[in-house]
Design a protein around this ligand. Structure first.
Ligand SMILES: [Zn+2]
Length: 87
C-alpha cells in the first residue's frame, strides 16, 4: 500500500499512484566571498501522490503558466502603446 506524500492518505493497491514534483523547500545561502552574495534556490522533488493531490498540483501549475502568459501579454501591450505614443 502506497502513501501519498502530499496529504498522507493511504492509497489502495488498485488505485493509480501519480508522480508529481512537490515543493520541498527553499534554501537561503549567504556567501561571504569578496563581496557578500545571497542565493535562493527552490527545491522540488518527485514523489508519489494520490489522484486528488496530482490533479491539484496540475491545476496549480496550469494557473501559474496562465499568469506568466498574461504577464507577457501585458508587457507586450505596454511596449506597443509606448511605441505608438512616440510616433
Ligand atoms: Zn494526496
Amino acid at each position: 500500500m502506497a502513501i501519498c506524500n502530499n496529504c498522507g492518505k493511504q492509497m489502495p493497491a488498485n488505485e493509480n499512484v501519480y508522480r508529481r514534483e512537490i515543493y520541498s523547500g527553499q534554501t537561503k545561502r549567504v556567501n561571504y566571498g569578496k563581496r557578500i552574495t545571497y542565493g535562493n534556490s527552490t527545491h522540488y522533488t518527485v514523489k508519489s501522490v494520490c489522484y486528488d493531490c496530482a490533479s491539484a498540483i496540475d491545476e496549480a501549475r496550469k494557473r501559474t503558466n496562465r499568469n506568466v502568459i498574461v504577464f507577457f501579454l501585458l508587457v507586450a501591450v505596454a511596449a506597443f502603446l509606448f511605441y505608438i505614443s512616440k510616433h
